[in-house]
Design a protein around this ligand. Structure first.
Ligand SMILES: Nc1ncnc2c1ncn2[C@@H]1O[C@H](COP(=O)(O)OP(=O)(O)O)[C@@H](O)[C@H]1O
Ligand SMILES: [Mg+2]
Length: 382
């Protein structure tokens, strides 16, 4: 089975340092692997024999592989997207079914390319990784889907299926960046709170950092840590205190994130590990940052306007749809993080989650613990 590239990948990857060539760097193990190792089955795959892919990392959406033949690149497979496609088009049997599947994948490729170009237009290519989204046939087995998603794929036959799919071929991030970089990871404030002090901080911090007006009182790092619960953000703020050059690049990132949200109506995905990383260049020692996985994976759930509407509907005691509560849950964490960091950096600009043409939200009417519990219950499907 060959790695059948349906659309030949030609990526222009800036040269990485010479020492990166030759052997495959094992990217990742900063975080522990999940119960399964996302491994392809070596017994049955010519793909495996030919390319020897190694799992290099994963987050909530994608498995990231390195391949010795392409030492400067990673191949990212979005398993979250793969599952509904496998359910809908188990094994295309007729040319018409195959065509329908390829058309759907073509739409997905265009969507992902457009999302990337939107990031480039605001952040500039220098802060993004060179990448190419393309269609490729991947060997998929029931066992692999179960391993990766913890869900069965009842429509798949027992044998290996060569399934066409969308993959992202992306420039490899040098290991030193992942090892020594500072991760701008927001996490989800709603999930970490278990003592009364944190509950109280969650309420006070939410009012302060969801507001689109700066506060006159000084930034309180303890409150930010207790509210958002992200030690990664606390580390970033701490280092920026003694490194003015880091502070400058954080401000640059925040200005661009705010512009991105204002212009596109979308939030960024800051929740996952290493989605945006700040680092010191190993040669020049200059501070810089890279967006590794910052585009919000679901365009609808990533719309800040939907989150604003959802918050108003919540205050009006209406039932929220899944799209609404997911958009709200994500936008609350994104807004508190960007506004909280802007506050910490002494900036006066803020993300606006509260006001639009039709809506104006008064934060003082919200029972924060109730909202927190509501979101956690909905998101976990309890
Ligand atoms: N281009 C890359 N080079 C090296 N490692 C990477 C690269 N992209 C991702 N990784 C590693 O894989 C992990 C998951 O990748 P990510 O793109 O964030 O996937 P997800 O969409 O599932 O969150 C990252 O946290 C990082 O450690
Ligand atoms: Mg990620």
């Amino acid at each position: 089975m060959s790695l059948e590239v349906l659309d030949r990948p030609k990526i222009v990857t800036p040269k990485l340092p010479e020492e990166e060539s030759g052997e495959v760097t094992t990217v990742l193990p900063k975080q522990s692997l999940p119960r399964a190792e996302f491994a392809l089955d070596p017994n049955d795959h010519r793909l495996y024999e030919r390319y020897q892919p190694k799992l290099a990392g994963h987050g909530g959406e994608q498995a990231v592989y390195v391949v010795p033949q392409f030492p400067h690149q990673v191949i990212k497979v979005n398993f979250r997207l793969l599952k509904p496609l496998l359910d809908q088009y188990p094994v295309p049997e007729t040319p018409a079914q195959e065509k329908a599947l390829l058309q759907k994948l073509g739409g997905e490729v265009l969507g992902q390319q457009a999302a990337y170009e939107r990031l480039v237009s605001i952040f500039g290519r220098e802060h993004l990784l060179a990448e190419r989204v393309t269609k490729m046939r991947l060997p998929v087995t029931q066992a692999l889907v179960e391993d990766v998603l913890g869900e069965s794929a009842p429509n798949l036959p027992d044998s290996v299926v060569n399934f066409p799919f969308v993959v992202r071929i992306q420039e490899l991030v040098p290991q030193y960046i992942l090892d020594t970089g500072l991760d701008m990871r927001s996490g989800y404030a709603e999930n970490h709170i278990d003592d009364p002090l944190e509950k109280e901080s969650y309420a006070r911090g939410s009012v302060r950092w969801l507001s689109d007006e700066p506060d006159d009182t000084p930034f309180d790092p303890e409150l930010f840590l207790e509210c958002q619960g992200s030690t990664a953000l606390a580390d970033l703020i701490n280092v920026a205190k003694t490194e003015p050059a880091l502070k400058l690049v954080i401000v640059d990132f925040l200005e661009k994130a705010m512009e991105y949200t204002r212009v596109t109506g979308q939030i960024l995905d800051l929740a996952g590990e290493n989605n945006v990383v700040f680092f010191q260049d190993e040669h020049t020692q200059e501070w810089d940052y890279r967006l590794i996985d910052a585009s919000f994976p679901d365009r609808t759930k990533g719309q800040i306007g939907i989150a604003t509407g959802a918050l108003e509907n919540y205050i009006d005691r209406e039932n929220l749809t899944e799209i609404e509560y997911m958009a709200l849950y994500n936008a609350l964490n994104y807004t508190r993080t960007v506004n909280g960091l802007a506050d910490a950096m002494g900036m006066s600009e803020r993300i606006n989650l509260l006001h639009n043409k039709h809506i104006s939200i008064d934060l003082s009417v919200i029972d924060w613990d109730e909202l927190r519990q509501y979101l956690v219950t909905q998101v976990r499907g309890e």
